[in-house]
Design a protein around this ligand. Sequence first.
Ligand code: COA
Length: 184
Amino acid sequence: MTTFEHKPTLTGDLVILRPISSADADDMWADLHDAEAMRLTGTHSSFDRDQIDQWCASRAGQVDRLDLAVVDRASDGWAGEVVINEWDADNRSCSLRIALGPGARGRGLGTEAIRLVVDYVFDQIDDPPVNRVSLEVYDFNRRAIAVYEALGFRREGVLREVLAWDGRFHDAIVMSMLRSDRPA
Ligand SMILES: CC(C)(COP(=O)(O)OP(=O)(O)OC[C@H]1O[C@@H](n2cnc3c(N)ncnc32)[C@H](O)[C@@H]1OP(=O)(O)O)[C@@H](O)C(=O)NCCC(=O)NCCS
């Protein structure tokens, strides 16, 4: 039986996904100073270094989520993170988020990382099996929307003006993939 308590290592052609550990704190800290990623993910909050150290060190012990480092196989270095969270066992649904660093974007890594983690969640978690993976993406994030749609996520609706950024409000698009949406 496999649950979210188990932390896998998933290998693709371009990336390896592996559990985040305390050794990743420097890279995560650097990514939190990437203004473009903060805009694309709508991250207003600021963190201090101790919080990031504690966050990275505590990821392996989480029983209801997966926090995986995206490792660029070309350099063997950190490219970012992909996270499955908000696990709702009663309804067998969870959420997905991803953030790659500036040098990692636009090279196919994100598409492969999401495919790897989604395949894992639907195909390997079995106690209980996952039925739904959802996400929210801001309407200005055209690249992310293109990636999610190419992978088979479907648009569900719009959260109107949920993000205040740079003096105006922005909508978020809710997307999901159901087990029944997946190719047989
Ligand atoms: C979103 C993200 C995960 C995508 O991963 P990525 O590795 O950069 O994307 P990929 O290179 O795999 O694919 C990008 C695709 O989007 C397309 N694309 C890029 N910019 C686009 C745009 N403005 N409009 C439409 N499509 C666009 C590319 O052509 C490519 O499609 P293709 O493979 O058919 O050519 C990554 O860019 C990221 O982490 N960004 C910062 C944080 C973020 O936006 N997170 C998501 C929050 S919901």
